[in-house]
Ligand binder design. Sequence first.
Ligand SMILES: [Zn+2]
Length: 318
Amino acid sequence: MTEQVALRPCGARPVEAVRAALAALAIVAAAAASGCDGAPAGGPIRAVGVESQYADVISQIGGSFVSVVAIERKPDTDPHAFEASPAVARELASANLVVENGLGYDAWVDKVLAATPGARRSVIDAQHVMRLPDSTVNPHLWYAPQTMPVVAQAIANVLATLEPDEAAYFHANVRRFDASLGPWKAALAAIAGRFKGTPVAVTEPVADYLLDEAGVRIATPKSLELAIMNGTDPAPQDIALENALLSGRVVKAFVYNRQVTSPLTQALLARARTAGIPVIGVYETMPAGDRYQSWMLAATRALSAARAGGAPTRSQAR
Ligand SMILES: [Zn+2]
């Protein structure tokens, strides 16, 4: 992933004009109205992956034909509470391609984009390309192995319209990307074959799609997962049940969201450790230096190792 540095076809924008998001948006809107819309014009296609995992997939499909920015890329901040800065608004407003998650996970994106009508851009929403209804409760779509191949294809389709001469290259990259998910899918299938129905506990549903695919059984009450995710008060009986799952060693692993923690999740983590239950640390946002494929494979191997009683893996150690 590279920082956006190149291609300011409308000239540099005055620094003092970007103190507030609205000021920045006004400048971009004016640029768009004058016909200067940040189109490729011989330079790389400007793309934004709202979450770093989507930015990574854009990079893998677009190669050197895209200049990609990841907005949410820090695994130490709560993505559910992200707020756009003026700089972020500018990046989005001037992009040719934006890939967002949808399902309310990054609802601020649509507000920023709506504030810059007239700018030429394509927006890919993972929720929409996966045809998921708004009522879908778990927004962490990238943990499902079905998601990124569809997103990657949608990315290639957009890039092919922006750089038609390179369409074959983009589509070849989709095939390569799909093939590269093979080891992850094989690891999921192997767990499903060996540990189907094994009970595990979680905090919020960040990795639930992966756990479902691996065939393990999520014993944590769904209402507790959603309360933790949404920052609402969990029901006392849900906490009591979760405590019993851990202290009673009913579950064989505890999948812990290291990125979004609270006194409750920290207390659950301590309880799991006291009970000697293997802890698998997972993140919402892809850590820097990872690729999407290796990130998912590491999480899956951590699950496999935890269930098999093996040594902690990289993602457990984090
Ligand atoms: Zn989350």
